[in-house]
Write a protein that binds this ligand. Sequence first.
Ligand code: SAM
Ligand code: SF4
Ligand code: SF4
Length: 338
Amino acid sequence: MLASAPRDVLGRPLRDLRVSVTDRCNLRCRYCMPREVFGNDFPFLERDELLTFEEIERVVRALVGLGVRKVRLTGGEPLLRRDLPDLVARLCRIDDLEDLALTSNGVLLGRMAGELAAAGLRRVTVSLDALDDATFRAVSDTTIPVQTVLDGIVAARAAGLAPIKVNAVLQRGVNDDQVEDLAGWARDTGVTLRFIEFMDVGTTNQWKRDRVVPAVEVADRIAARWQIEPIDPDHPGEVAERYRYTDGAGEVGIIASVTRPFCGTCSRARLSAIGELYTCLFAAEGHDLRALVRGDADDTALRASVSAIWSRRDDRASELRAADGLQGPRVEMSYIGG
Ligand code: SAM
Ligand code: SF4
Ligand code: SF4
């Protein structure tokens, strides 16, 4: 670890960064961007408010200087950001950045996978909450067929973006009947599947605890169909509880953000599309780095500011969550990325 790498109040280093490149999306998943709120008149960010690619690169370089080793591009839907492969190419050139990944809903991957791979991207995570077309359309509130996402995954693999991870958020009574189908499909196609508990991110998604499908239930259902055994995390700060299929058909993971929170090892910061640094997914506000980047702060001053922000961090919202969920204002998931 670098001598200048800050630790927060709870001793956690800064290792991971999620970079949101847009707050817009081509789906309206009801647990993330319900159409009643994110409708035609929603005040999405204007283009000139967004950090430019040069500015994003500068912030990422500063954070790599403080210990960040993994960056994930996200959104909104990151593939909607014009010329995204140019940003990928810029970030790939940063020394000491060990891993650059992207999370996408997959709708535009069929068109863009080749270009992203050519720009240097190596990995992609696709969000897919159902294989059943009607369920997919209902969850994502879209007329786009699930086949478009499946084709996107095929294109990503053909472009060499592998191994491919797929994230599925489960909601009781909405798509929890998809567990075995998704797991079976992932085994057959060789993608790494992660089930995620539905979280009370933001304040617009009508979260209720009884809609959360607990990780233990998901693991039991998978174990009832296939023999699995737990395996160790593959890196410090790994958030998924991982299981290996004993017949050799890969692994499956479950992210128990609600029922078994992992704040104790959380080394993740998030950068909004307009350059605010959030130290927790459930924070109400971020710290404005754009003002620094567009002002006269040099790289040393930028690093010092972020270091001071991180050193004061004491977030552990998921560990403090009451039975009926978090209270108070919270930033929306589509604004800072999952
Ligand atoms: N649009 C891209 C996508 O869907 O992959 C990237 C951004 S999206 C906000 C990132 C991830 O957050 C997705 O995997 C999504 O399923 C997840 N997500 C959004 N709202 C969530 C919630 N309330 N609980 C759990 N995960 C959520
Ligand atoms: Fe869009 Fe991703 Fe949110 Fe779905 S989860 S609405 S695809 S940002
Ligand atoms: Fe990290 Fe905040 Fe999530 Fe805890 S609640 S794991 S501190 S982002």
